[in-house]
Design a binder for this molecule. Structure first.
Ligand SMILES: *Cc1c(COP(=O)(O)O)cnc(C)c1O
Length: 378
């Protein structure tokens, strides 16, 4: 094997594709010097809202800050129970805790990896019966690019009068039942961290909502709780804005984003077809499209995963483990967990493995990944 290693993510190759538009947009920012809430920020918010069919978009400083602003706007805090999947990135659980609320971990589906609505309903009932915490909100995560079961989550949220927040950090660009993700919940938070499907050159995020009142609150909260004028402070807020340079980068990337989603989908299909008989490939959520932030396969057990990962590494194929530990097993969160069993999340953590999937993989790269997996699986 003499070929250079494949990149897990190739931001240099992507930059080469958008170089001219990117430079022009960055030069414009350098010319006008409106670095905070400049014209690129308004333009981006309008484009993003149109892209995902949401009524309002408020850009913010990160995906984590988007989640935090959405929860601050609902006055979530001490004594509140926030239901969220145990198998997700740490930020989903961190935000309720920062606000003094308690995360209540819910298990996920073993094949789509999305939050399990039946277990969610049980967990809400359990918290209600225990009587110490007040059920307040559900954070549904669209994991790895695919959508959560939004019709089921909406029904549970309505029946229990809970605020429904969509953590879309990994799946901006995905869709469900013919509709882009972004307006499935009361509010949607996404991230533009560089490795997300639509990534900036630094931190960034956005909130989407159908409610004009919520959008106004989000704008106030991202700028220190300001009122109609800058020096009127209505509430405790934060410094949570997206800057003009990141907005310019995102506008350039949005210009090629649909093509990139198509490229990721094509690669996913090749993996499905060529690898589906030797490893467990991800199950598609019915009637949906994925943004394919992550393409994760399942191996029979941890030892088999270790062997597969080592064998791929030897052939120049990088892999990653999302997530090696479910959140209720993290030292920072385990004391907040009520001890309920979350067997699927625990099992996935030992068997899951992510293969490279990004729009700049060549057909030869994809073939090489497949050959390496097939060779390791025998
Ligand atoms: C990346 C991510 C976040 C946080 O986004 P940042 O922009 O890095 O703050 C939140 N939730 C999930 C599921 C994520 O993957």
């Amino acid at each position: 094997m003499s070929a250079a290693p494949i990149q897990f993510l190739d931001l240099k190759a992507q930059q080469a594709r958008i170089a001219a538009d990117l430079r022009r947009r960055l030069d414009t920012v350098l010319d006008h010097c409106q670095f905070i809430l400049g014209p690129e920020v308004q333009e981006l918010e309008a484009e993003l809202a149109r892209f995902c069919g949401a009524a309002h978009c408020v850009s913010v400083s990160s995906g984590t800050d988007a989640l935090q602003i959405a929860m601050m706007a609902e006055d979530i805090g001490r004594g509140d129970a926030i239901f969220l999947p145990a198998f997700t990135y740490t930020a989903t659980a961190e935000v309720p805790l920062l606000l003094g609320a308690t995360p209540v971990f819910v298990d996920v589906d073993p094949r789509t990896f999305q939050i399990d609505p039946a277990h969610l309903a049980q967990r809400i009932e359990h918290v209600r019966t225990a009587g110490t915490l007040k059920p307040r909100a559900i954070i549904g995560v669209d994991l790895f690019g695919q959508p959560a079961d939004w019709p089921a989550l909406t029904e549970i949220a309505r029946a229990n009068e809970l605020f429904l927040l969509d953590d879309l950090a990994q799946s901006f660009g995905g869709s469900l039942h013919g509709k882009m993700l972004g307006s499935q919940a009361d509010a949607t938070a996404t991230s533009f961290f560089p490795s997300k499907p639509l990534g900036a050159y630094g931190d960034g995020g956005a909130l989407f909502t159908e409610s004009a009142d919520r959008a106004d609150l989000y704008r106030s909260l991202r700028t220190h709780g300001e009122g109609k004028t800058r020096y009127e402070v209505l509430r405790t807020g934060m410094n949570g804005r997206l800057d003009s340079i990141q907005a310019a980068v995102l506008l350039a990337k949005l210009g090629v984003f649909r093509e990139e989603l198509d490229a990721r989908e094509r690669i996913a299909r090749v993996y499905d077809q060529r690898l589906g008989n030797v490893v467990i490939t991800p199950k598609r959520v019915p009637d949906s499209t994925s943004a394919w932030a992550i393409y994760a396969i399942l191996l029979p057990d941890e030892a088999a995963r270790d062997r597969m990962q080592a064998s791929l590494r030897a052939r120049g194929v990088p892999t990653a483990i999302y997530y090696p530990r479910p959140l209720h097993r993290q030292p920072a969160y385990s004391a907040h967990h009520d001890g309920s069993a979350l067997p699927v999340s625990e099992d996935l953590a030992t068997r899951i493995l992510a293969l490279p999937i990004h729009p700049d993989l060549t057909d030869a790269d994809v073939d090489r990944v497949c050959e390496a997996v097939l060779a390791a699986a025998v």
